[in-house]
Design a binder for this molecule. Structure first.
Ligand SMILES: Cc1cc2nc3c(=O)[nH]c(=O)nc-3n(C[C@H](O)[C@H](O)[C@H](O)COP(=O)(O)OP(=O)(O)OC[C@H]3O[C@@H](n4cnc5c(N)ncnc54)[C@H](O)[C@@H]3O)c2cc1C
Length: 393
């Protein structure tokens, strides 16, 4: 077990060193690794698979905030650090590679901050961004509904204008972390549906999840754990100053938010801690190198190069929707293949009751795997985006 633990601490080096990241990134990576090693040595948490969905740890999140590793790209005047998306990339890939508990801040840091910078009012930025950067304000994603997942424009939640604001009625579903989060952006229909232009008449609202009329019901995972929720709005009042962006521009805004949601390293690193542990198991068993393992590691290198290219393109202000879809499709399939190879090469059965180690990592990975290719847009839908981007019909 000693040897395995040691290897697990050492092996995040499997993520290749940067060749085209700015020179300052190496120092930043070193700082993050030193912090993670210190946390591990103190037994603050145990590495897990799919931590960005299930590793909710507000202490850890606040600790990251105090070190300046949240809200990194948010300007300093809003409590952020004015760093580049590539700096943020380095921090996020190290956290994911280590299997650290990052779920509490994940959505807020990844997409809410940048979306508020793009579409939020000055008052909304002042209100939410400093707390996001400190790791004290948590957000969910209020997009999907029972009959509106891939076909998001089919949302039926209604927003009706009333004195001083809007009244929301409807049901959101698969809302990760809503039972802990302070707020989410709800996509709702603010004008009747027009069959000629289904994307018109949609708007986004910042809904505080303790508002009167909001009911949050758990939807347990296969593991029995509670991460998902159904969120029901029964005439929830949202004041005018909590409208996000423009009324009627919800589709344009939500697709821009999805570009942040789809393009990060979490789309191929959810099972990286299992890969690390697999190498540890093989070393501990005195196994000779395996072709399958070599294949996984070399593909990881390629995926990371592609993902970094997407991050670089975002940094230069582009909207690399097609490239992000390709990386997410390949990356989420790769996450599943790590599980297949682990099961092929090591006979240890998964153990969802174990405190940590290989059997627990394997169990969490297996039980979370069905969601990898669904969340954030299914692979079939992403391939549709790629096909359209290539001009195919
Ligand atoms: C782990 C996890 C976390 C999630 N967290 C959130 C969250 O926090 N907030 C939120 O709003 N949502 C969340 N979701 C919901 C997620 O965005 C939806 O599950 C996803 O968009 C698919 O929608 P659906 O489940 O309604 O499936 P459907 O849209 O009903 O799709 C069913 C099947 O049909 C296929 N299909 C549908 N349309 C097409 C098409 N045009 N071409 C080809 N195939 C098609 C799909 O690929 C899929 O295989 C989460 C989902 C998961 C699994």
């Amino acid at each position: 077990m000693e040897a395995v633990t040691e290897t697990m601490v050492r092996l995040p080096a499997l993520v290749p060193p940067p060749t085209d990241l700015p020179p300052r990134a190496a120092a930043l990576r070193g700082e993050v690794r030193a912090f993670l090693a210190q946390e591990r040595a103190a037994g603050a948490w145990t590495p897990r698979a799919d931590v960005w969905l299930s590793g909710w740890d507000e202490r850890f999140t606040r600790e990251l905030g105090s070190r300046g590793w949240l809200g990194m790209t948010i300007p300093v005047e809003y409590g952020g650090h004015g760093a580049s998306p590539l700096d943020r990339y380095v921090v996020t890939e190290e956290l994911l590679a280590a299997g650290a508990p990052v779920a509490a801040h994940w959505v807020a840091d990844r997409q809410i901050g940048p979306t508020l910078m793009r579409f939020g009012t000055e008052a909304q930025r002042q209100r939410f961004l400093p707390g996001i950067a400190k790791g004290e304000v948590y957000f969910g994603i209020g997009m999907s509904e029972p009959d509106a997942g891939s076909d998001l424009a089919a949302v039926r939640t209604r927003a009706v204008q009333v004195s001083g604001g809007w009244e929301l009625t409807g049901t959101k579903v698969w809302t990760s972390g809503a039972h802990h989060a302070h707020a989410f952006f709800a996509l709702a229909r603010s004008a009747p549906r027009d069959e000629q232009n289904r994307h018109a008449g949609l708007s986004q609202f910042i809904v505080e999840l303790d508002s009167p009329g909001v009911q949050i019901r758990p939807i347990p995972l296969l593991t029995g754990a509670h991460h998902f929720n159904e969120v029901v709005f029964d005439g929830v009042f949202v004041p005018d100053d909590m409208v996000l962006g423009e009324i009627g521009a919800g589709w344009r805004q939500v697709t821009s938010e999805l570009a942040f949601e789809r393009s990060g390293p979490e789309r191929f690193l959810s099972t990286f801690p299992l890969l690390t542990a697999l190498v540890g198991e093989l070393l501990a068993n005195g196994s000779t190198p395996h072709r399958e393992l070599g294949g996984l590691v070399s593909r990881l290198w390629t995926l990371r190069r592609m993902s970094l290219a997407v991050a670089g393109s975002l940094e230069s202000g582009e909207a690399p929707e097609l490239a992000a879809a390709v990386v997410k499709d390949l990356g989420t399939r790769y996450e599943n293949e790590v599980i297949d190879v682990a099961r092929l090469l090591v006979a240890t059965p998964p153990d969802p009751g174990a405190e940590g180690g290989y059997a627990r990592l394997l169990a969490d990975a297996v039980l979370h795997a069905p969601g990898f290719t669904l969340r954030g847009g299914t692979n079939e839908v992403l391939r549709g985006i790629v096909a359209r981007g290539l001009g195919l019909r």
